[in-house]
Write a protein that binds this ligand. Structure first.
Ligand SMILES: Nc1nc2c(c(=O)[nH]1)N[C@H]1C(S)=C(S)[C@@H](COP(=O)(O)OP(=O)(O)OC[C@H]3O[C@@H](n4cnc5c(N)ncnc54)[C@H](O)[C@@H]3O)O[C@H]1N2
Ligand code: MOO
Length: 406
């Protein structure tokens, strides 16, 4: 196709920094169990101090610390046993000088006590008399009423996906539902006359089943989005534009696979330009150069390369970040990674980000090569190594970060 070219190529770094659509999903109230991995729209403040009362952290005796100073095996302190604290109840008696009260772990510290001595350092030598063989400092064995969280302080931050312990802290504060961003609805459109639904039993000559949409839907779910697989659009002039116009009002992000290159049938750029504005067409990434980023009204649109492997690599680098941001999270959770030694030299062009699929065996990262047309390279990989934009390659033997697939 002489004369055709990508008209606005950008680097991945430029795209991550510069393509920042303002669109965010609306906020909805969600009950705690369903709030795992959801993104609170703002800090969630605690309606009360936690734990809410001074508590013992050990089984033992509530004391005045000063009454235990100098206590030792050879010269114990002797304290009067004034009573016992019951779990889930207010203390019945205060601690007066020279006295102590038996304490279960988690019980309410009685008035007058400023420490709890562990039962291991005590003995009831006579009924009603407790021998203490180790001193305890003021505050020892106690958490204060607001040590966990002060009243009005943030229980969990806005903008970060909720983790299991967050749900616990919210529950402890009596917060049983939280305002979170709605899951972004990601419409996935496949294009191409040769692409047929995965359920097609017999393929005619030249047909391929749609591999990309199912895989993209998986990535969308992993990143907290709601995928809507919107079928296959043929290579007919106007067909994609019409489909886009239909799905845009229902979508927080639209992903179109194939048709982003510069071939005669490549319709995405034209279709997107007809309903919005193209931010870049061509990304300095390998694989995945034929990528398009655009905004159609408030809705971001990503045009991905046709090769399923390349489409998934680009969506992993750009789409996932975008998806998290649309869902209210500016700092997406990092994928797990391991350090490994590279088994061989890798070449790259300066200014281009290379994403190399690898297997990791005994701390060695072995690149998996093959054309982007082979999706099995991705299914065989344990993870990937990135050659950053300024680098012209990586030498065999260097330590690299392998981002792992989970
Ligand atoms: N002159 C140039 N030609 C090409 C370039 C280039 O820079 N200059 N880049 C090549 C690269 S790299 C890729 S990737 C492809 C991407 O082109 P398109 O985005 O227009 O995609 P198609 O040509 O339609 O498809 C490529 C390939 O992938 C298969 N495919 C498409 N969709 C699916 C699907 N949903 N499931 C399974 N397989 C799919 C399609 O059948 C083709 O085999 O352009 C190169 N050309
Ligand atoms: O970008 Mo193509 O997507 O390298 O195979």
């Amino acid at each position: 196709m002489s004369g055709r070219e990508f008209f606005t190529t950008r680097t991945v770094a430029e795209a991550l920094a510069g393509f920042r659509p303002a669109h965010r999903t609306p906020v909805e109230e969600v009950a705690l169990p369903a709030a795992l991995h959801r993104v609170p729209a703002a800090d969630i403040l605690s309606p009360q101090a936690l734990p809410g009362f001074p508590r013992s952290t050990v089984d033992g005796y509530a004391v005045r610390a000063a009454d235990t100073y100098g206590a030792s095996e050879g010269l114990p302190s002797y304290l009067d046993l004034l009573g016992a604290v019951r779990m889930g109840a207010a203390p019945a008696v205060p601690v007066r000088p020279g006295g102590c009260v038996a304490m279960p772990t988690g019980g309410v510290i009685p008035d007058g006590a400023d420490a709890v001595v562990m039962v291991e350092y005590t003995a009831e030598t006579m009924p009603g008399t407790i021998e203490v063989t180790r001193p305890v400092a003021p505050g020892g064995g106690i958490v204060r009423a607001d040590d966990d969280v002060a009243a009005g302080a943030a229980l969990v931050p806005g903008g970060r996906p909720l983790r299991a312990p967050d749900l616990g802290l919210l529950a402890a504060a009596g917060v049983v539902s939280v305002p979170v961003h709605a899951r972004p609805r990601v419409t996935i459109i496949s294009t191409g006359d040769e692409v047929v639904p995965p359920g097609t039993a017999e393929l005619a000559a030249g047909q391929v089943r749609d591999a990309t949409a199912s895989a993209l839907a998986g990535l969308v779910i992993e990143a907290g989005g709601d995928p809507v697989v919107a079928g296959i659009v043929p290579d007919e002039p106007g067909a994609l534009k019409d489909r886009l116009a239909e799905v845009l009002p229902e979508s927080d992000l639209v992903v179109v696979s194939a048709g982003s290159s510069v071939g005669a049938r490549d319709e995405t750029a034209g279709a997107v330009a007809a309903v919005g504005s193209v931010w870049c067409h061509g990304l300095a990434i390998k694989p995945g150069k034929p990528t398009l980023l655009a905004e159609c009204g408030a809705v971001p649109v990503i045009g991905l390369p046709g090769n399923p492997l390349s489409a998934l690599v680009v969506f992993g680098q750009i789409g996932i970040q975008l998806l998290w941001r649309i869902g209210g999270c500016d700092k997406p959770p990092a994928r797990p990674n391991v350090r490994a030694r590279l088994s061989r030299d890798l070449a790259s062009a300066a200014g281009r980000l290379d994403v190399i699929q690898v297997k990791v065996v005994d701390g060695v990262a072995e690149p998996l090569f093959g054309p982007s047309a082979l999706l099995s390279v991705l299914t065989r990989a344990d993870g990937y190594v990135v050659i950053p934009e300024p680098a012209t390659g990586l030498d065999a033997g260097v330590e690299v970060d392998v981002t792992l697939y989970s």
